[in-house]
Design a protein around this ligand. Structure first.
Ligand code: BG6
Ligand code: MG
Length: 217
């Protein structure tokens, strides 16, 4: 049977994409170009530095490495200002219930996120204690679709990768989980995340039984 679940953060546990969007849009507008929701979609699961590179490319603007550092920090300051106001009401439906039932069943839990702001977000929404292990943008060197983030999670839990189930909303994250040799549940649209072992629109659709069935497939 499976022994651990590893959760992505943004788009799985909380909907922070809207805050990322506001902060990136403000930066793009200051630089003199627009930034759309469709472009924001493409940044799901992508690191802060890589996101900025893409945005500058879309805006047709070149910046030195030092300038990029300043811009990324400016965006992050706005983002942090917004996430500091997050409340437990912002946890996506079904998340807390699932984490609690996993704990009751003795299934281990880890976070596997590209974000460097993961700890503060989990604190703000009040579910930090439900994770045994946090692997985030501060610990990881290779971005999803590289499996590093999930492999480090399994390693820290001392569970073999084949016994882990990952929850992901980004294509790059689904690919990372598969590269790590883990089962993966996609959160979102079937046409986008069809490569996942199971696609649902919400964690409300997941319980111990769905996971047991998925694992024995
Ligand atoms: C991912 C998000 O979880 O974290 C990306 O999906 C984001 O949109 C990335 O760029 C890095 O986040 P942060 O908080 O370190 O800027
Ligand atoms: Mg995500």
């Amino acid at each position: 049977v499976f022994e651990a679940c590893i959760f992505d953060l943004d788009g799985v546990i909380v909907d922070t994409a809207v805050y990322h969007f506001k902060a990136w849009k403000r930066l793009a507008n200051e630089l003199g170009f627009n930034f759309t929701e469709a472009q924001n979609e493409k940044l799901k699961g992508i690191s802060r530095v890589k996101s900025l590179e893409l945005i500058l490319e879309w805006g047709g603007i070149e910046k030195t490495a030092e300038e990029q550092q300043v811009l990324a920090t400016r965006k992050n300051d706005w983002y942090v200002e917004m996430i500091n106001h997050m409340t437990p009401e912002e946890i996506l439906p079904g998340t807390k219930e699932l984490l609690e039932s996993l704990r009751a069943a003795g299934i281990r839990t880890a976070l596997g996120s590209a974000s460097k702001n993961a700890t503060v977000i989990l604190e703000k929404v009040g579910i930090l204690p439900l994770f045994e292990v946090l692997v985030d943008g501060n610990t990881v060197t290779a971005s999803k679709p590289d499996p590093e983030v999930f492999l480090k999670g399994a390693e820290a839990l001392q569970i073999s990768p084949e016994k882990c189930i990952v929850f992901e909303d980004a294509i790059a994250g689904v690919q990372a989980a598969q590269a790590a040799n883990m089962k993966v549940v996609g959160l979102g649209e079937q046409d986008v995340l069809g490569a996942a072992d199971l696609v649902v629109s919400s964690l409300e659709q997941i319980n111990m039984q769905t996971l047991t069935n998925l694992y024995s497939k």
